[in-house]
Ligand binder design. Structure first.
Ligand code: SF4
Length: 351
């Protein structure tokens, strides 16, 4: 039996039922692919429904404010993906709302890589472009005994050329869905090879290399950053107020809001921290002799950064007389509705 027939027979019995499968709306397929880059299917399903409900069409998404989009995305991390999604929706809306319908045109959208372009092209337009993600790399590298390090351009080209020979040109959508599900459900990191329809063809199983494939390119070590956040609060007109600022630099969390921040290039000792905090409060807010507490260090891991964060909390008698212009005074209820990184969100909900 041909590879695609065997794969699709497995899919008929074991494939997932998902709300974005079996549809041909490129916008909704695109949403699912971008969300699923960030999260497991169970959690991604909730986010997908929330987005589809809030923005049923690409023009609805384009008309939303960036804050609305980031707020809905909150909790998924990698906020640049939400910004790219929004930016791409605006581009599409600006061209009359017609979603691009070739692989090459889809690939030009901000935030869309080869995997996502292949998924949209095959699911929405039935174009024969194979999807290649981590699960597919695992399955195909084991089946064919390929030891090229994955995640490299050379590996992508090698796997794509191989899959282009295998893809079912009549039903590329079904072939790709089956390939994705097979990689994630059957050829898992610890697979049950006895139950695999490809056991007789599998090079890794034959040569005892199931646990050794795929080969991964070494990851760069994350760099450390040290953040001291200032959570300043005061009462005014019966409400509790605090300060947030928007991150605008081309850096992590761009577009999101955070508490006033003092970043240092090393871990501060307790006496350094106190001196730096006193100086920051005086220079930025004209505050002297303020009573505050500083919580323990919290580690927050991003893909390329390890954030070492501490939170300084102070109750002020009134609003600071001096305040840098980028800071906004907001009520606690307003802060709750503002898009913030998960690290800040955890702190605010902890209070
Ligand atoms: S035999 Fe095992 S390693 Fe090979 S494709 Fe099947 S599940 Fe994966």
């Amino acid at each position: 039996m041909a590879f695609s027939q065997k794969l699709e027979a497995w899919y008929t019995d074991h494939g997932r039922t998902l709300p974005w499968r079996g549809i041909d709306d490129p916008y909704r397929i695109w949403l699912s692919e971008i969300i699923l880059q960030q999260t497991r299917i169970e959690q991604g399903r909730d986010y997908w429904f929330r987005f589809v409900e809030a923005f049923p069409t690409v023009t609805d998404l384009a008309a939303a404010s960036e804050e609305q989009v980031l707020r809905l995305w909150q909790g998924l991390g990698y906020y640049s993906r939400a910004r790219n999604l929004h930016c791409a929706a605006r581009l599409i809306a600006g061209q009359g709302g017609r979603f691009p319908n070739t692989y090459e045109e889809i690939l030009k959208l901000p935030g869309v890589g080869r995997y996502t372009a292949a998924a949209i092209a095959s699911f929405a337009f039935r174009l024969p472009h194979p999807v290649i993600d981590g699960n597919v790399y695992r399955f195909i590298s084991r089946l064919h005994g390929i030891s090229t390090p994955i995640g490299t351009d050379a590996a992508y080209r090698e796997f794509e050329a191989l899959l282009l020979r295998l893809i079912d040109p009549q039903r590329p959508d079904r072939f790709n869905a089956a390939l994705m599900d097979f990689g994630s459900l059957q050829c898992r990191p610890q697979p049950d090879c006895a139950a695999c329809p490809f056991a007789g063809d599998c090079e890794a199983l034959r040569s005892g290399r199931v646990g050794l494939l795929p080969v991964r390119a070494p990851k760069p070590k994350p760099t450390d950053r040290w953040f001291l956040y200032f959570d300043l609060r005061w009462q005014q007109d019966g409400d509790t107020y605090g300060l947030l600022q928007r991150r605008t630099a081309n850096d992590i969390w761009r577009g999101l809001f955070e508490l006033p921040l003092l970043e240092s290039d090393h871990r501060l000792t307790e006496s350094e921290l106190q001196a730096e905090a006193d100086r920051f409060l005086a220079d930025s807010f004209g505050l002297r002799h303020v009573a505050y507490t500083v919580g323990p260090e919290r580690l927050h891991q991003l893909s390329h950064r390890t954030i070492h964060a501490r939170f300084l909390s102070a109750e002020l008698p009134h609003a600071p007389a001096v305040c840098p212009p980028q800071l906004q005074a907001l009520t606690v209820a307003e802060m709750e509705k503002t898009p913030v990184p998960r690290l800040i969100d955890k702190h605010l909900h902890r209070l």
